[in-house]
Design a protein around this ligand. Structure first.
Ligand SMILES: Cc1cc2nc3c(=O)[nH]c(=O)nc-3n(C[C@H](O)[C@H](O)[C@H](O)COP(=O)(O)O)c2cc1C
Length: 343
């Protein structure tokens, strides 16, 4: 079915096509026959549950951050079979993001460049999209993560407060928090991966997490999402800060600013590259993290997965779970099913 819809979607500007898909999914998902169809066709009855960072994930395949930025269609997306969905990146206050156009497809290479810059309706909006614990509309068997970032106008030295505000707001709504310090599209954000800044940020976040854990009597793992562009030295520094503050895991990796593996190495668009060309870059980061932490730091592997073999490579490199984004755009929901059937 997606093979028929794709040419139509690919005639439209990528961001408009994406917003249209999200709206259609939300509308279609409210109709019970369509929910039943999606569930029957995509949902896997047999699970391979994965214990990861103290959580039990129904299966190893998740949707990466950026697809459902405001948390408006995670229910429908979960019907495609994902074991977890990472909403966001959400910032404390709403913001417009960078000027459009800001998403570019490269179908021959199954690649995307985006420079969105965290457009979104803000944390107060997103929190309303997720049911409170114990509420009647409780969610099915799906793990929800919230990927959090800072607002564009927040100075780097004040960034911790933005992350803390989000942590507090989402603490009792989601199953994990992903700290995004690696998007290339918010000026200066990636500086937060530097040892001192990262250590400072994580110390503040982890002590707030520990306080909330006691108050609410509920653990909430925190993961840090890293850039695949870190040099070996920068990676060592970041890992020192991450392990030194007892962060629960990492997500490797975000998009790259490099264009090495793109056939047209200068497509003339700034932003983060994702999809097939970043597959090796991301796997190599996972392998390095796994070796440097002696396998003791849980890793979610993401970047260029478009087949079960790609996912297997990430897991063999040390990832306990995988996520997809660009593969879903180019191959459609069938990819989730393929991954689940073959992992
Ligand atoms: C259009 C687009 C928007 C994205 N937005 C975010 C985001 O808001 N936060 C984030 O952490 N990652 C974001 N990402 C990165 C993805 O989560 C993922 O790390 C990256 O695309 C690599 O995976 P892939 O090759 O499967 O796409 C975005 C990616 C794309 C293509």
């Amino acid at each position: 079915m997606y093979r028929r819809i794709r040419p139509l979607l690919f005639c439209i500007d990528p961001e408009r096509a994406h917003n249209l898909t999200i709206s259609l999914m939300a509308a279609a998902g409210s109709l019970s026959p369509i929910r039943k169809f999606l569930r029957k066709f995509y949902f896997q009855k047999t699970y391979n549950p994965v214990d990861f960072a103290g959580l039990s994930f129904p299966n190893p395949v998740g949707l990466a951050a950026g697809y459902d930025k405001n948390g408006v269609s995670w229910r429908e997306l979960s019907l495609l079979g994902f074991g977890h969905i990472e909403i966001g990146t959400v910032t404390p206050r709403p913001q417009a993001g960078n000027p459009k156009p800001r998403v570019f497809r490269f179908p021959d290479e199954e690649a995307i460049i985006n420079r969105m810059g965290f457009p979104g309706k803000g944390a107060e909006f997103a929190v309303k999209m997720i049911p409170k614990p114990g509420c009647s509309q409780a969610r099915d068997n799906i793990i929800l993560g919230m990927n959090i970032g800072k607002n564009e106008e927040t100075l780097i030295e004040d960034a911790a407060q933005d992350y803390i505000d989000c942590l507090k707001l989402f603490y009792d709504r989601v199953d994990y928090i992903a700290v995004n310090v690696s998007s290339p599209n918010t000026i200066g954000l990636r500086k937060l991966q530097g040892k001192d800044l990262l250590e400072g940020l994580l110390q503040e976040l982890m002590s707030e997490r520990d306080r909330l854990q006691l108050e609410l009597d509920r653990p909430l793992p925190i993961f840090v999402k890293l850039s695949p562009d870190l040099s070996d030295h920068e990676l060592d520094d970041a890992l020192e800060a991450i392990t030194g503050t007892s962060v629960d895991g990492v997500i490797a990796a975000n998009t790259t600013i490099y264009r090495e593996n793109l056939l047209d190495s200068d497509p003339g668009e700034e932003g983060g590259l994702s999809g097939k060309p970043i597959k090796e870059l991301s796997t190599s980061l996972i392998r390095k993290i796994h070796r440097r932490t002696a396998g003791n730091l849980p890793i979610i592997g993401v970047g260029g997965i478009s087949s079960p073999d790609d996912a297997r490579e990430k897991m063999e490199a040390g990832a306990g779970l995988v996520q997809i984004y660009s593969g879903l755009i180019f191959q459609g929901p069938r990819l989730v099913r393929d991954l689940l059937e073959n992992l």
